[in-house]
Design a protein around this ligand. Structure first.
Ligand code: GLT
Ligand code: MN
Ligand code: MN
Length: 392
Protein backbone atom coordinates (compact mmCIF):
# COMPACT_ATOMS: atom_id res chain seq x y z
CA UNK A 1 0.00 0.00 0.00
CA UNK A 2 1.48 3.41 -0.90
CA UNK A 3 2.43 5.36 2.19
CA UNK A 4 0.89 8.77 2.73
CA UNK A 5 3.35 11.65 2.98
CA UNK A 6 3.44 12.83 6.60
CA UNK A 7 3.46 16.55 7.26
CA UNK A 8 5.33 17.35 10.43
CA UNK A 9 8.47 19.19 11.50
CA UNK A 10 10.56 16.87 9.34
CA UNK A 11 8.69 17.36 6.09
CA UNK A 12 11.18 18.27 3.35
CA UNK A 13 10.59 21.42 1.36
CA UNK A 14 12.40 22.83 -1.68
CA UNK A 15 14.21 25.43 0.46
CA UNK A 16 16.06 22.58 2.21
CA UNK A 17 17.93 22.06 -1.10
CA UNK A 18 17.62 18.26 -1.19
CA UNK A 19 18.49 16.70 -4.53
CA UNK A 20 18.67 13.21 -6.02
CA UNK A 21 20.24 11.86 -9.19
CA UNK A 22 18.18 10.19 -11.88
CA UNK A 23 20.63 7.32 -11.37
CA UNK A 24 19.91 7.11 -7.62
CA UNK A 25 16.15 6.74 -7.30
CA UNK A 26 16.24 5.26 -10.80
CA UNK A 27 18.69 2.53 -9.73
CA UNK A 28 17.07 -0.76 -10.77
CA UNK A 29 19.21 -2.81 -8.34
CA UNK A 30 21.63 -4.41 -10.78
CA UNK A 31 24.90 -5.47 -9.12
CA UNK A 32 27.99 -7.42 -10.25
CA UNK A 33 26.31 -10.65 -9.17
CA UNK A 34 22.71 -10.16 -10.18
CA UNK A 35 20.23 -8.68 -12.59
CA UNK A 36 18.00 -5.67 -12.17
CA UNK A 37 15.21 -6.27 -9.65
CA UNK A 38 13.13 -3.17 -10.38
CA UNK A 39 11.77 -1.76 -13.64
CA UNK A 40 13.45 1.31 -15.12
CA UNK A 41 11.59 4.51 -14.17
CA UNK A 42 11.31 7.28 -16.75
CA UNK A 43 13.03 10.61 -15.98
CA UNK A 44 9.69 12.45 -16.11
CA UNK A 45 8.09 10.07 -13.63
CA UNK A 46 11.07 10.40 -11.27
CA UNK A 47 10.81 14.19 -11.40
CA UNK A 48 7.09 14.08 -10.64
CA UNK A 49 7.65 11.78 -7.64
CA UNK A 50 10.60 13.79 -6.29
CA UNK A 51 8.58 17.01 -6.56
CA UNK A 52 5.73 15.42 -4.58
CA UNK A 53 8.17 14.29 -1.88
CA UNK A 54 9.50 17.85 -1.41
CA UNK A 55 12.90 17.58 -3.10
CA UNK A 56 14.43 20.71 -4.62
CA UNK A 57 16.17 19.19 -7.57
CA UNK A 58 17.26 16.35 -9.77
CA UNK A 59 20.70 15.78 -11.28
CA UNK A 60 21.78 13.61 -14.18
CA UNK A 61 24.58 12.15 -16.24
CA UNK A 62 24.14 12.83 -19.97
CA UNK A 63 23.14 9.20 -20.56
CA UNK A 64 20.70 9.02 -17.63
CA UNK A 65 18.56 11.34 -19.73
CA UNK A 66 19.65 10.76 -23.32
CA UNK A 67 20.72 7.18 -24.15
CA UNK A 68 24.14 6.76 -25.75
CA UNK A 69 22.75 5.76 -29.13
CA UNK A 70 19.89 8.31 -29.34
CA UNK A 71 19.44 10.18 -32.64
CA UNK A 72 19.29 13.99 -32.70
CA UNK A 73 15.50 13.83 -33.07
CA UNK A 74 15.19 11.46 -30.13
CA UNK A 75 17.39 13.73 -28.03
CA UNK A 76 15.13 16.68 -28.80
CA UNK A 77 11.96 14.90 -27.87
CA UNK A 78 13.49 13.57 -24.61
CA UNK A 79 14.62 17.08 -23.71
CA UNK A 80 11.17 18.48 -24.49
CA UNK A 81 9.38 15.93 -22.35
CA UNK A 82 11.81 16.34 -19.44
CA UNK A 83 11.44 20.11 -19.56
CA UNK A 84 7.67 19.70 -19.34
CA UNK A 85 7.98 17.44 -16.28
CA UNK A 86 10.32 19.93 -14.57
CA UNK A 87 7.94 22.78 -15.30
CA UNK A 88 4.94 20.88 -13.94
CA UNK A 89 6.70 19.79 -10.73
CA UNK A 90 8.86 22.86 -10.06
CA UNK A 91 11.88 20.56 -9.67
CA UNK A 92 15.21 22.18 -10.67
CA UNK A 93 18.41 20.77 -12.21
CA UNK A 94 21.24 22.26 -10.13
CA UNK A 95 23.97 19.80 -11.18
CA UNK A 96 24.93 17.77 -14.23
CA UNK A 97 27.73 15.37 -15.06
CA UNK A 98 29.06 13.04 -17.73
CA UNK A 99 28.98 9.27 -17.82
CA UNK A 100 32.66 8.55 -18.46
CA UNK A 101 32.57 5.06 -17.03
CA UNK A 102 29.83 2.92 -18.60
CA UNK A 103 30.98 2.66 -22.23
CA UNK A 104 33.64 -0.06 -22.81
CA UNK A 105 35.68 2.62 -24.59
CA UNK A 106 36.50 4.02 -21.11
CA UNK A 107 37.87 0.73 -19.76
CA UNK A 108 41.30 2.35 -19.25
CA UNK A 109 39.94 5.68 -18.12
CA UNK A 110 38.55 8.73 -19.91
CA UNK A 111 40.77 11.80 -19.44
CA UNK A 112 43.69 9.55 -18.44
CA UNK A 113 43.32 6.62 -20.85
CA UNK A 114 46.56 5.58 -22.48
CA UNK A 115 44.74 5.94 -25.82
CA UNK A 116 44.84 9.59 -26.94
CA UNK A 117 41.70 9.10 -29.05
CA UNK A 118 39.78 8.01 -25.95
CA UNK A 119 40.98 11.12 -24.11
CA UNK A 120 39.75 13.36 -26.95
CA UNK A 121 36.44 11.49 -27.11
CA UNK A 122 35.99 11.95 -23.34
CA UNK A 123 36.47 15.69 -23.75
CA UNK A 124 34.01 15.83 -26.65
CA UNK A 125 31.44 13.83 -24.66
CA UNK A 126 31.87 16.17 -21.70
CA UNK A 127 31.46 19.29 -23.87
CA UNK A 128 28.18 17.90 -25.19
CA UNK A 129 27.04 16.89 -21.72
CA UNK A 130 27.85 20.39 -20.46
CA UNK A 131 25.62 21.74 -23.25
CA UNK A 132 22.84 19.41 -22.14
CA UNK A 133 23.19 20.38 -18.47
CA UNK A 134 23.05 24.07 -19.37
CA UNK A 135 19.81 23.57 -21.31
CA UNK A 136 18.28 22.88 -17.90
CA UNK A 137 20.16 25.58 -16.00
CA UNK A 138 22.69 23.38 -14.17
CA UNK A 139 25.25 25.47 -12.27
CA UNK A 140 27.55 22.82 -10.85
CA UNK A 141 29.35 20.29 -13.03
CA UNK A 142 30.66 17.17 -11.32
CA UNK A 143 33.76 15.21 -12.32
CA UNK A 144 33.81 11.74 -10.83
CA UNK A 145 36.76 9.91 -12.34
CA UNK A 146 35.54 6.40 -11.66
CA UNK A 147 37.59 4.84 -14.45
CA UNK A 148 40.63 7.09 -14.04
CA UNK A 149 43.03 4.70 -12.36
CA UNK A 150 44.74 1.35 -12.59
CA UNK A 151 44.71 -2.28 -11.59
CA UNK A 152 48.44 -2.53 -12.32
CA UNK A 153 51.06 0.19 -12.48
CA UNK A 154 52.93 -1.76 -15.16
CA UNK A 155 51.14 -0.02 -18.03
CA UNK A 156 50.55 3.53 -16.87
CA UNK A 157 52.79 6.47 -16.26
CA UNK A 158 50.90 8.18 -13.46
CA UNK A 159 52.92 11.39 -13.81
CA UNK A 160 51.77 11.61 -17.44
CA UNK A 161 48.22 10.68 -16.42
CA UNK A 162 48.12 13.62 -13.98
CA UNK A 163 49.14 15.93 -16.83
CA UNK A 164 46.39 14.52 -19.08
CA UNK A 165 43.84 14.95 -16.30
CA UNK A 166 44.97 18.55 -15.80
CA UNK A 167 44.91 19.30 -19.55
CA UNK A 168 41.33 18.00 -19.73
CA UNK A 169 40.07 20.12 -16.83
CA UNK A 170 41.90 23.21 -18.10
CA UNK A 171 40.38 22.65 -21.56
CA UNK A 172 36.86 22.25 -20.15
CA UNK A 173 37.17 25.31 -17.92
CA UNK A 174 37.95 27.32 -21.06
CA UNK A 175 34.99 25.71 -22.82
CA UNK A 176 32.68 26.73 -19.99
CA UNK A 177 33.93 30.31 -20.17
CA UNK A 178 33.87 30.49 -23.98
CA UNK A 179 30.24 29.31 -24.01
CA UNK A 180 29.27 31.70 -21.21
CA UNK A 181 28.18 28.72 -19.11
CA UNK A 182 29.68 29.89 -15.85
CA UNK A 183 29.82 26.36 -14.43
CA UNK A 184 31.50 25.59 -11.11
CA UNK A 185 33.40 22.33 -11.49
CA UNK A 186 33.36 19.90 -8.59
CA UNK A 187 35.84 17.01 -8.47
CA UNK A 188 34.56 13.93 -6.65
CA UNK A 189 37.32 11.83 -5.05
CA UNK A 190 37.03 8.10 -4.50
CA UNK A 191 39.75 5.62 -3.49
CA UNK A 192 38.66 2.58 -5.53
CA UNK A 193 35.78 0.90 -7.38
CA UNK A 194 35.29 0.40 -10.22
CA UNK A 195 39.09 0.66 -10.74
CA UNK A 196 41.45 -1.19 -8.40
CA UNK A 197 42.85 2.22 -7.48
CA UNK A 198 41.43 5.54 -8.63
CA UNK A 199 43.44 8.72 -9.22
CA UNK A 200 42.71 11.64 -6.86
CA UNK A 201 41.52 9.16 -4.22
CA UNK A 202 40.82 11.58 -1.36
CA UNK A 203 39.64 15.12 -0.70
CA UNK A 204 43.24 16.08 0.05
CA UNK A 205 44.62 14.72 -3.22
CA UNK A 206 41.92 16.54 -5.18
CA UNK A 207 42.42 19.77 -3.27
CA UNK A 208 46.15 19.81 -3.99
CA UNK A 209 45.50 19.04 -7.66
CA UNK A 210 43.01 21.93 -8.00
CA UNK A 211 45.70 24.48 -7.18
CA UNK A 212 47.80 23.24 -10.11
CA UNK A 213 45.02 24.09 -12.61
CA UNK A 214 44.95 27.21 -14.78
CA UNK A 215 41.76 28.41 -13.12
CA UNK A 216 41.70 27.05 -9.56
CA UNK A 217 38.89 29.44 -8.64
CA UNK A 218 36.46 27.61 -10.93
CA UNK A 219 37.13 24.20 -9.44
CA UNK A 220 36.13 22.77 -6.07
CA UNK A 221 34.98 19.50 -4.56
CA UNK A 222 32.05 17.14 -4.43
CA UNK A 223 33.00 14.84 -1.54
CA UNK A 224 30.91 11.75 -0.80
CA UNK A 225 30.34 10.17 2.61
CA UNK A 226 30.82 6.61 1.32
CA UNK A 227 34.06 7.36 -0.50
CA UNK A 228 35.94 8.53 2.58
CA UNK A 229 34.29 5.91 4.78
CA UNK A 230 35.47 3.07 2.52
CA UNK A 231 39.01 4.03 3.54
CA UNK A 232 38.08 4.51 7.18
CA UNK A 233 38.63 8.27 7.09
CA UNK A 234 36.63 10.77 9.14
CA UNK A 235 34.50 12.31 6.41
CA UNK A 236 33.62 15.50 8.27
CA UNK A 237 37.31 16.34 8.70
CA UNK A 238 37.79 16.31 4.92
CA UNK A 239 34.61 18.31 4.41
CA UNK A 240 35.74 20.84 7.03
CA UNK A 241 39.04 21.27 5.22
CA UNK A 242 37.17 21.83 1.95
CA UNK A 243 34.85 24.38 3.60
CA UNK A 244 37.78 26.23 5.12
CA UNK A 245 39.37 26.45 1.66
CA UNK A 246 36.06 27.67 0.13
CA UNK A 247 36.02 24.53 -1.98
CA UNK A 248 32.87 22.74 -0.89
CA UNK A 249 30.90 23.21 -4.11
CA UNK A 250 28.56 20.21 -3.69
CA UNK A 251 28.18 17.18 -1.43
CA UNK A 252 27.06 13.55 -1.90
CA UNK A 253 25.27 12.20 1.16
CA UNK A 254 24.81 8.51 1.86
CA UNK A 255 25.95 5.83 4.32
CA UNK A 256 28.68 3.22 4.27
CA UNK A 257 30.31 0.63 6.49
CA UNK A 258 34.11 1.10 6.42
CA UNK A 259 36.20 -1.30 4.41
CA UNK A 260 33.45 -2.55 2.11
CA UNK A 261 32.38 -2.07 -1.48
CA UNK A 262 30.71 1.26 -2.29
CA UNK A 263 27.38 0.66 -0.58
CA UNK A 264 25.64 3.99 -1.26
CA UNK A 265 23.08 3.31 1.47
CA UNK A 266 20.42 5.71 2.71
CA UNK A 267 21.86 8.74 4.52
CA UNK A 268 21.98 8.13 8.28
CA UNK A 269 21.39 4.40 7.99
CA UNK A 270 24.85 3.41 9.29
CA UNK A 271 26.80 5.77 11.55
CA UNK A 272 24.32 8.13 13.21
CA UNK A 273 26.95 10.01 15.21
CA UNK A 274 29.10 10.65 12.11
CA UNK A 275 26.00 11.72 10.20
CA UNK A 276 25.07 14.08 13.03
CA UNK A 277 28.51 15.70 13.07
CA UNK A 278 28.34 16.08 9.29
CA UNK A 279 24.92 17.79 9.39
CA UNK A 280 26.21 19.95 12.25
CA UNK A 281 29.22 20.96 10.18
CA UNK A 282 27.13 21.80 7.12
CA UNK A 283 24.52 23.73 9.08
CA UNK A 284 26.92 25.56 11.43
CA UNK A 285 29.26 26.58 8.60
CA UNK A 286 26.41 28.16 6.64
CA UNK A 287 26.97 25.86 3.64
CA UNK A 288 24.40 27.01 1.09
CA UNK A 289 24.89 24.35 -1.58
CA UNK A 290 22.83 21.32 -2.48
CA UNK A 291 22.35 18.37 -0.15
CA UNK A 292 22.54 15.67 -2.78
CA UNK A 293 21.72 12.07 -1.90
CA UNK A 294 24.01 9.89 -3.99
CA UNK A 295 22.61 6.61 -2.80
CA UNK A 296 19.96 4.09 -3.66
CA UNK A 297 17.40 1.76 -2.11
CA UNK A 298 18.46 -1.69 -0.91
CA UNK A 299 18.29 -4.29 -3.66
CA UNK A 300 15.57 -6.05 -1.67
CA UNK A 301 13.14 -3.22 -2.43
CA UNK A 302 10.32 -2.72 -4.91
CA UNK A 303 9.30 0.74 -6.13
CA UNK A 304 7.64 1.65 -2.83
CA UNK A 305 10.96 0.94 -1.14
CA UNK A 306 12.62 3.45 -3.46
CA UNK A 307 10.32 6.26 -2.34
CA UNK A 308 10.66 5.17 1.29
CA UNK A 309 14.41 5.44 0.76
CA UNK A 310 14.14 8.92 -0.78
CA UNK A 311 11.73 10.26 1.84
CA UNK A 312 13.80 8.67 4.62
CA UNK A 313 17.04 10.29 3.44
CA UNK A 314 15.55 13.78 3.66
CA UNK A 315 13.69 13.10 6.89
CA UNK A 316 16.81 11.83 8.65
CA UNK A 317 18.73 14.94 7.57
CA UNK A 318 16.00 17.17 9.03
CA UNK A 319 15.83 15.16 12.26
CA UNK A 320 19.60 15.50 12.64
CA UNK A 321 19.31 19.21 11.89
CA UNK A 322 16.87 19.48 14.78
CA UNK A 323 19.35 17.59 16.97
CA UNK A 324 21.96 20.19 16.00
CA UNK A 325 19.66 22.91 17.31
CA UNK A 326 19.15 20.85 20.50
CA UNK A 327 22.94 20.53 20.87
CA UNK A 328 23.26 24.31 20.68
CA UNK A 329 20.43 24.79 23.19
CA UNK A 330 21.70 22.20 25.70
CA UNK A 331 22.96 24.08 28.78
CA UNK A 332 25.41 21.44 29.95
CA UNK A 333 26.91 20.91 26.52
CA UNK A 334 27.20 24.65 26.04
CA UNK A 335 28.78 25.09 29.46
CA UNK A 336 31.48 22.53 28.61
CA UNK A 337 32.05 24.11 25.22
CA UNK A 338 32.19 27.52 26.89
CA UNK A 339 34.97 26.30 29.20
CA UNK A 340 36.87 24.97 26.20
CA UNK A 341 36.32 28.25 24.41
CA UNK A 342 37.84 30.17 27.31
CA UNK A 343 40.91 27.94 27.23
CA UNK A 344 41.20 28.48 23.50
CA UNK A 345 40.87 32.22 23.71
CA UNK A 346 43.43 33.06 26.39
CA UNK A 347 45.80 34.73 25.79
CA UNK A 348 44.86 34.95 22.09
CA UNK A 349 42.84 32.73 19.80
CA UNK A 350 44.93 33.33 16.71
CA UNK A 351 48.61 34.16 16.62
CA UNK A 352 50.80 35.92 14.11
CA UNK A 353 54.53 36.43 14.04
CA UNK A 354 54.25 40.21 13.88
CA UNK A 355 52.01 40.50 16.92
CA UNK A 356 53.21 37.62 19.07
CA UNK A 357 56.86 36.85 18.31
CA UNK A 358 58.32 38.44 21.44
CA UNK A 359 55.54 37.30 23.73
CA UNK A 360 55.82 33.65 22.70
CA UNK A 361 59.63 33.74 22.74
CA UNK A 362 59.58 34.91 26.36
CA UNK A 363 56.39 33.33 27.69
CA UNK A 364 56.43 31.33 30.92
CA UNK A 365 54.14 28.29 30.94
CA UNK A 366 52.66 26.57 33.97
CA UNK A 367 53.38 23.15 32.48
CA UNK A 368 52.40 21.26 35.62
CA UNK A 369 48.92 22.68 35.55
CA UNK A 370 48.66 22.24 31.78
CA UNK A 371 49.71 18.59 32.02
CA UNK A 372 47.11 17.82 34.68
CA UNK A 373 44.02 19.28 33.10
CA UNK A 374 41.62 17.08 31.11
CA UNK A 375 39.33 18.19 28.33
CA UNK A 376 35.96 16.71 29.42
CA UNK A 377 35.42 15.05 26.04
CA UNK A 378 34.05 11.89 27.68
CA UNK A 379 31.23 13.91 29.22
CA UNK A 380 30.68 15.91 26.04
CA UNK A 381 30.48 12.80 23.90
CA UNK A 382 28.15 11.06 26.37
CA UNK A 383 25.85 14.07 26.32
CA UNK A 384 25.90 14.04 22.52
CA UNK A 385 25.05 10.34 22.45
CA UNK A 386 22.23 10.81 24.96
CA UNK A 387 20.87 13.66 22.93
CA UNK A 388 20.94 11.53 19.78
CA UNK A 389 19.29 8.62 21.57
CA UNK A 390 16.48 10.88 22.75
CA UNK A 391 17.47 10.68 26.43
CA UNK A 392 17.97 14.47 26.72
C1 GLT B 1 28.28 6.93 -9.66
C2 GLT B 1 29.24 7.13 -8.52
C3 GLT B 1 28.98 8.37 -7.77
C4 GLT B 1 29.14 9.63 -8.57
C5 GLT B 1 28.21 9.74 -9.71
C6 GLT B 1 28.56 10.98 -10.52
S1 GLT B 1 28.05 8.32 -10.63
O1 GLT B 1 27.03 6.56 -9.18
O2 GLT B 1 29.19 6.00 -7.65
O3 GLT B 1 29.70 8.45 -6.60
O4 GLT B 1 28.82 10.70 -7.73
O5 GLT B 1 29.26 10.69 -11.67
MN1 MN C 1 29.33 6.09 -3.96
MN1 MN D 1 28.92 10.30 -5.62
Amino acid sequence: MPRTISHDAYTPRPEHRFTFGLWTVGNPGRDPFGDAVRPVLSPSYIVEKLGALGAYGVNFHDNDLVPRDATAAERDSIVREFRKALGASGVKVPMATTNLFGDPVFRDGAFTSNDARVRRHAIQKTMRAMDLGKEFGAETYVFWGGREGTETNAGKNVIEAMKWFRDALNFLCEYSIAQGYDYRFAIEPKPNEPRGDIFLPTIGHALAFIYTLDRPDMVGLNPEVAHDSISGLDFSHGVAQAIEANKLFHIDLNAQKPGRYDQDHRFGSEDIKQSFFLVKLLEDSGYEGMRHFDSHAYRTEDEQGVWDFAAGSMRTYLILKEKVAAFHADKEIQHLLGELGKRGAAPGKRISYGKDADAIRNETFDLDAMRKQGYAYERLDQLTVELLLGAR
